[in-house]
Design a binder for this molecule. Structure first.
Ligand code: HEC
Length: 147
């Protein structure tokens, strides 16, 4: 009688290796983030103004950061201090454009997504919260927060 039992067990390691490679590829893709929306780099000063603005970015509703002049800063999200050292440019952009791709439950708004938005006012329907150039400005500013 031929021994057939050994074949599947010999195949097992390669199946496992393939699965691990797939998982790593998925993680790498998520970690790569997004390329520039405009093909140009943004302006960090304009980005700072958007982040601190209570009308545009509203970031400080949920985030604190190295902004000594701002009295009211939020704590629903992680501090933005040092975020430019923790995350790459593409990773920062992905979190601004559509953080739900990383965490479907996140309370952080998707600043550059137009589909699938519910309960948005007529003025915002079909429009992202920030324009592409404004996203690039905010990314450029966040990259300066390195301590
Ligand atoms: C309504 C609350 C809220 C607002 C407004 C908000 N965020 Fe967030 N943000 C969060 C939360 C919560 C997280 C944690 C990640 C998650 O929920 O998945 C987060 C994560 C982040 C991260 C990743 C930080 C890290 O250390 O991993 C960055 C960068 C970020 N936000 C930037 C911004 C910027 C810039 C703005 C304004 C344009 C903003 N956020 C507005 C709630 C908010």
């Amino acid at each position: 009688m031929r021994r057939t039992g050994s074949a599947p067990s010999r195949r097992m390691p390669s199946v496992r290796a393939a699965l691990i490679l797939l998982l790593l590829a998925g993680a790498a893709r998520a970690e790569e983030g997004l390329p520039s929306l405009t093909g140009e780099s943004g302006d960090p000063d304009r980005g700072r103004a958007i982040v601190l603005s209570r009308q545009r970015g509203l970031c400080l509703l949920c985030h604190a950061g190295p902004f000594p002049e701002e009295r009211f800063q939020g704590d629903l999200g992680p501090s933005l201090a040092g975020v430019g050292a923790r995350l790459s440019e593409g990773q920062l952009r992905l979190r601004l454009v559509d953080g739900r791709r990383l965490n479907p439950e996140t309370i952080m708004p998707s600043y550059y997504r137009t589909e699938g938005l519910v309960r948005v006012g007529p003025a915002w329907q079909g429009r992202p919260i920030l324009a592409a150039g404004e996203i690039e400005d905010v990314v450029a500013f966040l990259l300066t927060l390195r301590d």
